[in-house]
Design a protein around this ligand. Structure first.
Ligand code: IPM
Ligand code: MN
Length: 357
């Protein structure tokens, strides 16, 4: 029997609640498709800081490196905001991404038919949306040096550096090309080349790489315009290729097209080792422990893990279908509440999904 080693990082806030749903889904699928899942849970994020004084402890990183895939929920809490930056949960996340060399972050934005009325955008604007944000994940301003604060001057100063070399831009562009080739072959690269040198290099390099592929149709947008277009006519996009910071911002924006950020999964990948699969949303400390969080983004991340990380395509599709069935029967978590729906708790909607598998 095939056997997979999964490291689960349930992290902080709503993380443990939504993870529980995904563990149950994985158990059901492993019975149905006769594969074994060995789930190893490790400390990560704020909880790891509490235990080990390190948001990304060495043991956790080692376990992740030797796994077949990493399933991550979410990290962070306001209570850690006053810690030195390197001890904050978010820094742990960046350390994990960097340690596993996860340079490619894939965030699919797909409209689920039953949620057409849940978006704050009009139904006719969003009904044909099916796009993927390809975000560079271990470079740019998130990691650029120098960075820091100067406090011994009359006026306090702080600075960061947005830097890319051409090889970093080339490899993420190759990922975007690969994805575009399986879709409509359209890539829109998003930058700020009218102002930033680093964006000019981005634009030139993306053009160099994509021009090797004759059937790839490349367009470029400045990030301010891209944000506007995503709200105005999101269906014009297919693959959006962009840097770490712009990808972070645009993917939250794109998430709201689907109705709730509680619906968006992601995969962080490199070309060889294990990937990390995690929802786009954060740890939502305000609703943690109340059993009202939406576990669907995590379940969809589990589906991406099965498909991309473990090559268990049928099991992956089962999750997607089960979620669509549950939604079409009118079951919703609080974030997706509308007049005709039945609001269920996190664990209840989890049970409904499992029943559909
Ligand atoms: C995301 C998150 C992270 C990011 C934070 C938590 C560090 O917002 O995955 O989008 O900015 O990358
Ligand atoms: Mn983000």
């Amino acid at each position: 029997m095939k056997s997979y080693k999964i490291v689960l990082l349930s992290g902080d806030g709503i993380g443990p609640e939504i993870s529980e749903v995904s563990i149950k889904i994985l158990k059901k699928l492993s019975q149905k498709y006769a594969f074994e899942i060995d789930i190893k849970e490790e400390y990560f994020g704020g909880i790891a800081y509490e235990k080990h004084k390190d948001p990304a402890p060495k043991v956790t990183l080692e376990q992740c490196k030797s796994s077949d895939a990493v399933l991550l929920a979410c990290v962070g809490d306001v209570k850690y905001d006053s810690l030195p930056r390197e001890l904050r949960p978010e820094s742990g996340l960046l350390k994990l991404r960097s340690a596993l060399n996860l340079f490619a972050n894939i965030r699919p934005v797909k409209i689920r038919k039953s949620l057409l009325d849940s978006s704050s955008l009009k139904k006719e604007i969003i009904e044909n949306v099916d796009l993927i944000v390809v975000r560079e994940l271990i470079g740019g301003i998130y990691f650029g040096k120098p960075r820091g604060q100067i406090t011994n001057t009359e006026l306090k100063k702080a600075f960061n550096t947005m830097v890319y070399d051409s090889s970093e831009i080339e490899r993420i562009t190759e990922v975007a090309v690969k994805i575009a080739n399986q879709r409509s072959k359209k890539i829109c690269s998003v930058d700020k080349a009218n102002v930033l040198e680093v964006s000019q290099l981005w634009r030139d390099t993306v053009l160099d790489v994509t021009s090797k592929y004759k059937d790839i149709n490349l367009s470029n947008l400045y990030v301010d315009n891209a944000a506007m277009q995503l709200v105005k006519e999101p269906s014009q996009f297919d693959v959006i290729l962009t840097n770490n910071l712009f990808g972070d911002i645009l993917s939250d924006l794109a998430a709201m097209i689907t109705g709730s950020i509680g619906m968006l999964p992601s995969a962080s990948l490199n070309n060889t080792g294990p990937g990390v699969f995690e929802p786009v949303h954060g740890s939502a400390p305000d609703i943690a422990g109340k059993n009202i969080a939406n576990p669907i983004a995590m379940a969809l991340s589990t589906s991406m893990m099965l498909k991309i990380g473990l090559n268990e395509k049928e099991a992956a599709d089962d999750i997607e279908t089960a979620i669509d069935n549950v939604l079409s029967k009118g079951y919703r978590t609080l974030d997706l509440k509308n007049e005709n729906c039945q609001v269920l708790s996190c664990s209840e909607i989890g049970e409904k999904i499992i029943q559909e598998i």
